[in-house]
Design a protein around this ligand. Structure first.
Ligand SMILES: [Zn+2]
Length: 482
């Protein structure tokens, strides 16, 4: 998104003109945060704004699953966010591929603007084309900064954990743990050959967080018993296949163990880094509900299964609670994260899509998915000062590209006109918006930075390709994304 000098100058002229027109129209004083200095726009934070924001990402969380559990009082921490704040549907994008949606949320740009179109470089359109090449998107493919890079460049401390396509970790004013921080760790059969390169920023964090990353084989009998009645010895025999180099990537128990241990690993890493850095803005992402949703849906909802193989009563008894229990475990995680926040911290909770039953003969082990013609919506909730405390508002959709502008505004920064989304105003009290006017600049490409700049750093594309991990690609396949 780097513009030519002419384009940059034009942008500034247009931006200043718009600011003047807005001032005349609104009858307000010139926005204090817009000033031109040496060809770059200087951005100032709203006076007195010390708001913090934490954004918690729960992949594939959906109302269809949440509502009965909320109604039964089972998810107290989801409930705190959803019913004490404002919540609604997050409009599902097509194609419904997680990296493109999470990156749309984190940049304020639609996929053609941010460049992360799916899991694989070949995910170029609504219907992925068959191709031998299976190269995942990496941070190298992203064309624009994420919201934490923008905030970091303005001097705020930021943290982000497990965002899609954030490997190799770019620079930031705080910490980044790429999505391969834990996933790579879980691909145990090839662990010895894996590189730590690019896994975190600063790079030294790799060793600091290593003790917090759980090995899926170490899941205890008590932990397993929460999720399934499968005997622990039998589980250990299955998970042992990881060591034998077998193709275990469609194995539901291996995926269950990875989902569970990655959830707890990222939670612990989050607590550790949140305490250490005390970031103004933090993002942390969890994949567990998506992971088990794909492979265990048929046992929770056997009546929806369209595949040829039968689901036995014994299997139903053993696995019917995996998904709901993973929601409970995720809820406990949320509770521990919320408990350590200051009162002035806004909490944003999103998923990227919901989950619906599917059957695809090419992926016979997968019983639910989301990359379909009419994808199920995700969830959005915001909690904090000035939020309309209306609880869940069905039908009031937020677009994924509105997340970043909303975060910028909450933290007292202008939104950018080259972003595709704007502030999600309907979640906030009108009086609050008048007190905290939304201001705009043409683009964050042409702003003076106080720190950084924090843009793609770390490895060269050639270096990134060298340490590219084929096991990680297999993992994505196992989850039914291919
Ligand atoms: Zn997803």
């Amino acid at each position: 998104m780097r513009k030519s000098l002419m384009g940059a100058l034009l942008g500034i002229v247009v931006g200043v003109a718009i600011a003047i027109i807005m001032t005349l129209v609104k009858g307000e004083e010139t926005p204090a945060n817009l000033a031109e200095t040496a060809g770059l726009i200087e951005v100032e934070r709203e006076a007195g704004n010390t708001n913090k924001v934490i954004w918690i990402g729960v992949d594939a969380a959906c109302w269809k699953d949440l509502e009965p559990m909320l109604a039964a009082g089972e998810l107290p921490n989801f409930n705190r966010l959803i019913n004490d704040g404002y919540s609604c549907d997050l409009h599902a994008m097509r194609p419904t591929l997680s990296p493109r949606i999470w990156t749309t949320m984190s940049t304020g740009q639609t996929p053609s603007g941010h460049g992360i179109l799916g899991f694989w470089l070949r995910d170029q359109g609504p219907v992925p084309v068959e191709d031998e090449e299976e190269i995942p998107y990496t941070s190298r493919n992203r064309l624009v900064p994420q919201v934490w890079h923008i905030l970091g460049e303005q001097g705020l401390t930021t943290g982000d954990i497990a965002q899609w396509a954030s490997w190799p970790a770019e620079g930031c004013n705080g910490y980044t743990v790429s999505e391969r921080g834990a996933t790579q760790r879980f691909n145990l059969s090839t662990n010895a050959t894996k590189s730590k390169e690019g896994m975190t920023y600063p790079p030294s964090l790799v060793d600091e967080i290593a003790p917090m990353i759980r090995d899926p084989r170490d899941m205890t009998a008590e932990e397993l018993a929460r999720l399934t009645t499968m005997d622990h010895a039998e589980f250990l025999k299955i998970i042992d296949r990881l060591d034998r180099g077998e193709d275990v990537f469609f194995d539901k128990m291996v995926n269950l163990a990875i989902a569970y241990t990655s959830l707890l690993s990222y939670e612990e890493i989050h607590h550790y880094l949140y305490k250490k850095y005390e970031p103004d803005f933090a993002f942390v992402y969890f994949e567990a509900i998506d992971n088990v949703g794909h492979l265990f849906y048929r046992y929770a909802h056997p009546e929806t299964w369209k595949g040829p193989d039968e689901i036995t009563e014994a299997d139903i008894r053993m696995f019917e609670n995996v998904i709901t229990e993973m929601y409970r475990i995720q809820d406990e995680t949320l509770g521990r994260i919320l408990d350590e926040l200051d009162d002035d911290t806004y909490v944003i909770l999103t998923s990227d899509h919901g989950m619906v039953p599917i059957f695809n003969p090419k992926k016979p082990l997968v019983s639910a998915g989301h990359n379909i013609k009419s994808p199920p919506d995700g969830i959005f909730a915001v909690y904090g000062p000035g939020v309309m405390e209306l609880g869940y508002r069905p039908g009031a959709n937020i677009e994924p590209e509105q997340i970043t502008p909303t975060i910028l505004w909450l933290m007292g920064f202008p939104i950018a006109q080259d972003m595709d989304g704007g502030v999600f105003e309907r979640a906030f009290q009108p009086g609050w918006i008048i007190q905290h006017p939304i201001t705009k600049i043409p683009s964050y490409d042409n702003v003076k930075t106080k720190q950084g700049p924090y843009r793609p750093a770390g490895l060269s594309p050639e270096e990134a390709d060298e340490v590219m991990d084929p096991e990680f690609q297999k993992m994505l396949k196992a989850l039914g994304y291919m």
